[in-house]
Design a protein around this ligand. Structure first.
Ligand code: DGL
Length: 269
């Protein structure tokens, strides 16, 4: 008897390191029966310190190899530093649908009561023309403070590795986000996917309560919109991880439900 299996759906999630896990956890909750490949380009970390042209070439080449090897149905570039510069090239070169991660300036400015919003990202992301254009288009009457951090992505990696930095070090990185000119900043856009990994500590260390905007739930909704209604699952989804340094994926992935002990199949389909 011949049984027709429902087509599998495969989603590739890409970042420079572990920050994309904050996006992965939302996407997998919204689309639990897909197969996932989490790719951390840790050999290139931190992306915030790469020259723009080098970053574009690096990401385009890596994505090209990954498409060839794994044939994903959709790719999430779970990295603001890459998305704000590489997405046009990726969309031009490959027919796979891409979902990017860019600073959530529009919803933050729409929601701010004090009209004081800060955008916390890598130095590269806050310097990008893409980010400046979002401010021009969506800030309305909000005063938007751009804060580029050299250290926070590495602090987030250290946090997950079980070697957290001190409160003083973390406070120093987030301090420029808190503006008080008679009206206080009330919303901080987390414009780097690593930063939600530090959210509990940032809330605790904030000099006054603010809302932090994590774009991951919106990214998950966009993935679901693009893929359409899921076909009935033949089995539950799997997740594998690749680290471009060739190092064994860290045990901490288990906390996100990712198995790090199995080689990645050549094709996830
Ligand atoms: N997670 C990345 C982002 O969203 C970048 C961290 C880095 O590699 O500098 O921007």
């Amino acid at each position: 008897m011949c049984r027709v299996m429902a087509a599998r759906e495969s989603i590739l999630i890409f970042d420079s390191g572990l920050g994309g896990l904050t996006v992965y956890r939302e996407v997998v909750a919204a689309r639990p029966h897909a197969d996932y490949l989490y790719v951390a380009d840790d050999a290139g970390f931190p992306y915030g310190e790469l020259r723009d042209s080098a970053l574009v070439v690096r990401v385009v080449n890596l994505i090209s190899d990954l498409i060839e090897a794994h044939r994903p149905d959709l790719i999430v570039i779970a990295c603001n530093t890459a998305s704000t510069i590489v997405l046009p090239d990726l969309r031009r070169k490959f027919s796979v649908p891409f979902v990017g991660t860019v600073p959530a300036i529009k919803p933050a400015c729409a929601a701010s009561i004090t009209r004081r919003v800060s955008v916390l990202g890598t130095e590269a992301t806050v310097a990008r023309e893409y980010t400046r254009t979002l401010i021009r288009d969506y800030a309305q009457d909000c005063q938007v403070t751009l804060v580029g951090s050299k250290e926070l992505a590495a602090y987030a990696e250290a946090e997950l590795a079980g070697t957290p930095v001190s409160d003083e070090a973390l406070s120093a990185e987030i301090a420029p986000c808190f503006l008080d000119d008679g009206k206080r900043t009330d919303i901080i856009v987390l414009a780097c996917t690593h930063y939600p990994l530090l959210l509990d500590r940032m809330r605790r260390l904030a000099p006054w309560p603010v809302s932090f905007v994590d774009p991951a739930p919106a990214i998950a909704r966009r993935v679901v919109d693009l893929l359409g209604p899921p076909s009935p699952p033949a089995r539950s989804g799997t997740t594998h991880a690749i680290f471009t340094s060739g190092s064994t994926p860290p045990a901490v992935l288990a906390r996100f439900g990712i198995r790090s002990d199995e080689p990645v199949p050549t094709s996830l389909r």
